[in-house]
Design a binder for this molecule. Structure first.
Ligand code: FAD
Length: 470
């Protein structure tokens, strides 16, 4: 199989990871990207948002620190410096990916690619030149785009998407975020931390649909406590863009409300990007994405599809794992997607992370037992000034299997990796509760929550035990 010609369209976390894996397996790889390597994740998604959120978190810590808050002067505005640092982080990581591709001898070609026929891809560069590439296998990773609403289209100035929200030059006085999913929630944390008056409008019953209810309730309380207005079961009825502000008429459970804001961030989800000429090769698509089987093969021979473009869970780590799997299949290592729980991290304040079944889902499938441990009883959370939140472990009463772990608070996004490894290795909750965790660290909170599943947490005073809920 070595020396096979593999052509990959899109150098996001799906495509560039597929390129490296295929090259490791001996392929001659051409990777085509019309923009910058790293895709949405590196240039307009995961990385820039987290660079800004990391600074916003630091700012919040300083403001709440009895030691350092006097250092902050009245009217301190870090936005320009934060944006500069974010650009530097992105630049550094883009260069890193380019260097990796180069070291793996992946031929990176800049331009727009399209499907031409079986085993043929056409490349159009910015100067109108065209090149036809012959391939033994083609991997499609064109990614996704922001969705909009029928009555509201982004203009890039006052009605913006996450792309522009990452490039603002001034902190908006008010910002209305339409959509309370994880991207909307992260921007609410960011602009609230910078001092904007933030309103989140969500059409569904609550923020963060699908996430463990206890985390959502906790997060909403915290967000509202920080001054963010949250309007759920609310929809935008009318939009009027004025010179200085956007005026919105909302239908809410309390009746019609009118609000105006300097910026409106449309964050109502993402949809697969399906602008390739699929008909030329017989690749079947639907509104939810390019159709693939469990080997990530499309309906056309030797054409695979990966990442956001195939729909499902639109996350970078999912896209990259699919990239590896498709590359291996293209190179003759037969693999199928496995049905393991997928970790989700949300870098709000407090941060959240989740894996496996929610309590509601687990209860609908059988008898469960639940352990909780609050971060206010964890020394590290107290030391770092972040005592908010809890760890929740859901296990099967019959088999002791861990069904779900949900965390809000200090170190949630790191702790979830331990949870993911335990669940993948099918470690029972009793076994995990015996693992030693170093002191003083946040993983001790995870161990205590596992112990609390059977009412055995050490650092929970008796009245706080959650036996009654089991
Ligand atoms: P993309 O990253 O979109 O890459 C596709 C690439 O293909 C693009 O570079 C595009 O230019 C190129 N392309 C498309 N068509 C063509 C063509 N015809 N010719 C040549 N090139 C083409 N995920 C997480 O896991 N964690 C996070 O914290 C997180 N935060 C996010 C925050 C925001 C604001 C956003 C918008 C997304 C976030 N995501 C996050 C989601 C994550 O960015 C995506 O799941 C991930 O980028 C998908 O990777 P991909 O390779 O499938 O697509």
């Amino acid at each position: 199989m070595s020396n096979r010609r593999v052509v990959i369209i899109g150098a996001g976390p799906a495509g560039y990871v597929a390129a490296i894996r295929a090259s490791q397996l001996g392929a001659r790889v051409t990777l085509i990207e019309r923009d910058r390597v790293g895709g949405t994740c590196l240039n307009r998604g995961c990385i820039p948002t987290k660079a800004l959120l990391s600074d916003a978190k630091l700012l919040r810590k300083l403001r709440h620190s009895s030691v350092f808050s006097p250092l902050l002067t009245e009217g301190f505005n870090p936005l320009t410096a934060m944006m500069q640092r974010k650009r530097k982080v992105v630049e550094e990581l883009v260069k890193g990916v380019e260097m990796l591709l180069d070291s793996h001898r992946v031929a990176l070609k800049k331009g727009r690619a399209d499907l031409l026929g079986p085993g043929q891809v056409i490349l159009m560069d910015g100067d109108g030149k065209q090149e036809t590439l012959e391939a033994d296998a083609v991997i499609l990773g064109p990614g996704s785009k922001s969705k909009s609403l029928p009555n509201m289209r982004p203009d890039g100035k006052m009605i913006i998407t996450s792309d522009e929200a990452l490039e603002l030059e001034r902190i908006p006085r008010e910002i209305v975020i339409i959509g309370g999913g994880y991207i909307g929630a992260e921007f609410a944390t960011l602009y609230n931390g910078l001092g904007s008056q933030v309103t989140v409008v969500e059409v569904l019953d609550d923020l963060l649909p699908g996430l463990e209810g206890e985390l959502v309730r906790h997060f909403r309380r915290s967000l509202e406590g920080s001054g963010v207005r949250v309007l759920t079961k609310s929809a935008v009825d009318e939009v009027s863009v004025k010179e200085e502000a956007v005026e919105l008429t909302l239908k809410t459970p309390q009746g019609v409300q009118r609000i105006s804001a300097e910026k409106v961030l449309l964050s109502v989800g993402r949809a697969p990007l399906l602008d390739l000429d699929f008909s030329k090769v017989g690749v079947v698509t639907s509104a939810s994405g390019i159709q693939v089987n469990s080997r990530l093969e499309t309906s056309a021979p030797s054409i695979y599809a990966i990442g956001d473009a195939v729909g499902g869970i639109l996350l970078a780590h999912v896209a990259s794992e699919q990239g590896i799997l498709a590359a291996e299949n293209a190179m003759g290592i037969s693999r199928e997607l496995e049905d393991h729980p997928i970790p989700l991290c949300i870098f709000t304040y407090p941060e959240m992370a989740s894996i496996g079944l929610t309590e509601k889902e687990a209860r609908s499938r059988g008898n469960v037992k639940i352990g909780r441990f609050p971060f206010r009883s964890n020394p590290t959370a107290i030391i770092s000034g972040e005592p908010e939140g809890l760890v929740k472990v859901i296990a099967s009463r019959e088999t002791d299997e861990i069904l779900g772990i949900h965390i809000i608070g200090s170190g949630a996004t790191v702790l979830i990796s331990i949870a993911a490894s335990m669940m993948r290795a099918r470690v029972t909750v009793k076994e995990f509760a015996r693992y030693m965790q170093a002191h003083p660290t946040v993983p001790e909170a995870l161990k205590e929550a596992a112990l609390d599943v059977d009412g055995m947490a050490i650092h929970l005073p008796k009245p706080l035990r959650t036996d009654a809920k089991r």
